[in-house]
Design a protein around this ligand. Sequence first.
Ligand SMILES: NC(=O)c1ccc[n+]([C@@H]2O[C@H](COP(=O)([O-])OP(=O)(O)OC[C@H]3O[C@@H](n4cnc5c(N)ncnc54)[C@H](OP(=O)(O)O)[C@@H]3O)[C@@H](O)[C@H]2O)c1
Length: 323
Amino acid sequence: MDLLRDAEIDPSPLAGKRVAILGYGNQGRAQALNLKDSEIDVVVGLRGGSGSAIEAESAGLQTDLLENAVASADVVMMLAPDEIHAALYREVEPHLHKGAALGFSHGLSVRFGFIQPRPDLDVFMIAPKGPGTALRSLYKQGKGMIAVWAVEQDVTGYAAGIAQAYGRAIGCGRAGLIASTFAEEAEADLFNEQAVVWGGVPELLIAGFDTLVSGGVSPELAYLECVGELKLIAELIEARGIAGMREAISNTAELGALLGGKRIVDEAVRERMAQILAEVRAGQFADELRNEEASGYERLEKAREEARSTLLDQTYRSLKETE
Ligand SMILES: NC(=O)c1ccc[n+]([C@@H]2O[C@H](COP(=O)([O-])OP(=O)(O)OC[C@H]3O[C@@H](n4cnc5c(N)ncnc54)[C@H](OP(=O)(O)O)[C@@H]3O)[C@@H](O)[C@H]2O)c1
C-alpha cells in the first residue's frame, strides 16, 4: 500500500501560502487549529452573523466573511456540510483566485456533481478517517489520524504536493496518507455509513437488545450484553485484527461467534450490501441527501426524536446515571 508519512512529505508547497477554512464545525475547527499550530497562515471563513466567530477568535484564529477569506487565500477548504456545498461554492466561486487550490475532506460533492469546480483550479482531498474532535486531540498528543488523499484537477502541477503538505500540517502524515480518488473515497465512505459501521452495526445492536427484552431479559442486562460490549470488541479489533480478537476471547465466545455470526450475516445480507453499493454508485443516496436538505431535514429530525424515546435509549440514560 502506498502510505505516505511525514518523513516522505515535502511541506514546502504550503510555505508562504494562506489557507481559508470555510466552516467552523466538526472538521473546520480541528483542521484550522492544527494548521495554526503547524504555523500555517490560516483564516476561518464564516457567513455573516455566524455564532462561530466568537469561538474561533477566542481560540486565537483569525476570522472573516466567506468572500473575504476566499479572496485572501491560496488554498480554500470546503468544511461546511456536504449538502450545502453547491450553494456555498456558488457563493464563493467569484472570489477564488485563478489557479487557487480548492480542498475537500470528503469526495461526495465533487463525485456526485454538487460542484463542478472551475477548470483553472487545483482540486484536492484530504479526508481524515475520523471525527474532528479526535483529529484535534491526536494532534495535541503529538500523534495523528490516518487520512485519504486524492487529486481531481491538477492545473498548476502542484496539486498533489499541496494535498500532501496539507495532510502533514493537520497531523495526518504522522499516521499516514493513503492515495485514492474522489470517486473511490466517496463511494466507500457512503457504503460504510449505510451498510456497515454507522448503519448496519447500530441496527444489529438494537435488534439484539429488542430480541433479549422480548425474551424476558431485563433491559439493563440486555443493554450491557448487546451494546456495552461493543467498545471492548472494537478495541480488540483495533489492537489485534479480527483473527487476533477471536483468539483473545474465551472458547465459549469464539465458538458462539463461529456458529452464530454467519447465520446472522448470511448471503441475503451480502446481496443487500451489494445493492446498497450499486445504489450509492448510481447517485441515489446523493439525491436523497439533496432532498433531505431541501425539506429542512424532516426525516432526520423525526428519526432523532424517535431514537431518544426508545427503551434502549432510556436504559442507556439510566445506566449512565448510576456510573
Ligand atoms: N464530521 C466528521 O467527523 C467528518 C469526518 C471526515 C470528513 N468530514 C467532512 O468534512 C466536511 C465538513 O463536515 P463537518 O461534519 O465538519 O460539518 P459541520 O460540523 O456540520 O459544519 C458546520 C459548519 O458549517 C457552517 N455552515 C453550515 N451551513 C452553512 C452555510 N449555508 N454557509 C456557510 N457556512 C455554513 C456552519 O456555520 P455556522 O458556524 O455559522 O453555523 C459551521 O461552521 C464534510 O465534507 C464532511 O463530509 C467530516
